[in-house]
Design a binder for this molecule. Structure first.
Ligand SMILES: [Fe+2]
Ligand SMILES: [Fe+2]
Length: 273
């Protein structure tokens, strides 16, 4: 396979029509058979890949914040408006983070890791939002199955997410970070696949507009404390590696079905079963 074919596969599976700003082919390659796939790839991991003799390294997380990456964070606006949050409120909820990401993009050395891949002559790419979208859909399916049963509680949603094999295999547990398990739930936003979690402003805006429960894969403690101080809404945190790995499983299956030999590392949870 070529790096273009591998990127197209990820885009096609997740419904992306173009490569989002948090994903890229840094060093293209073709005739790829052996792949190293991990969450975080830096310069040492590229050297490791060279030592292992692989043909391509695929990272999940972008190797640096680029100037355009804030655009992916706007996915939160789509999640919120789809759940009935007015667009102006949704845009206000992401405004501060967008500004911060723009500044970080100005500061970051976006070329450091890719430049090492070029010098080593090793094909290198990262696929972020498309794989997170695959994971979001799997969580959404679990949530919708609970909601359509009727008389659902927050605790039922926690249980449904815990049942996913990647969640069971992880060292972390799906956690009700805020709220009560017995609380009835009708409207849920699974806010994953938008570069990073929406923190305090996105969850608060959801709760202010009739959403009972928000699902993140992780959140900063300070942001959680701000939400708790307001005492409204329910928040589930799935665990980072578990949540990310939900999107890897279907993608890795497709790569292997195409004859690629994929070695996983750096936090990829592959459920055995
Ligand atoms: Fe992710
Ligand atoms: Fe992640």
């Amino acid at each position: 396979m070529t790096t273009d074919e591998i990127m197209s596969l990820a885009l096609g599976m997740s419904g992306y029509r173009r490569v989002p700003e948090d994903s890229a082919i840094f060093v293209p390659g073709n005739g790829i058979r052996k792949v190293l796939f991990g969450l975080d790839v830096s310069t040492a991991e590229l050297q490791l890949a060279k030592t292992l003799g692989v043909d391509l390294v695929i990272a999940h997380h972008p190797p640096a914040t680029t100037t355009e990456i804030w655009k992916v964070f706007l996915r939160h606006v789509e999640f919120m408006t789809a759940a009935g949050v007015p667009e102006d409120a949704a845009l206000a909820a992401v405004a501060e983070k967008v500004e911060g990401l723009k500044l970080r993009g100005q500061a970051a050395n976006y070329d450091h890791v890719p430049s090492v891949a070029r010098l080593l002559g090793i094909p290198f790419m990262n696929v972020h939002a498309p794989l997170d979208e695959l994971g979001r859909r799997r969580m959404r399916e679990q949530v919708d199955a609970v909601l359509t049963r009727g008389r659902a509680t927050v605790g039922d949603v926690v249980e449904a997410l815990r049942a996913l094999p990647e969640m069971r295999a992880a060292h972390t547990a799906v956690q009700l970070a805020m709220g009560e398990g017995a609380t009835p739930v009708r409207k849920v936003v699974v806010a994953h696949g938008a570069y990073t979690n929406g923190g305090y402003p996105v969850a608060r805006t959801c709760f202010a507009h009739g959403i009972d429960l928000v699902v993140y894969i992780h959140i900063d403690f300070g942001e959680l404390q701000r939400l708790r101080a307001e005492g409204r809404g329910n928040l589930i945190v799935t665990g980072h590696l578990a949540g990310d790995s939900l999107g890897f499983t279907p993608f890795l299956r497709e790569l292997r079905e195409r004859g690629l030999e994929v070695t996983t590392f750096s936090g990829v949870i592959e459920p055995t079963a």
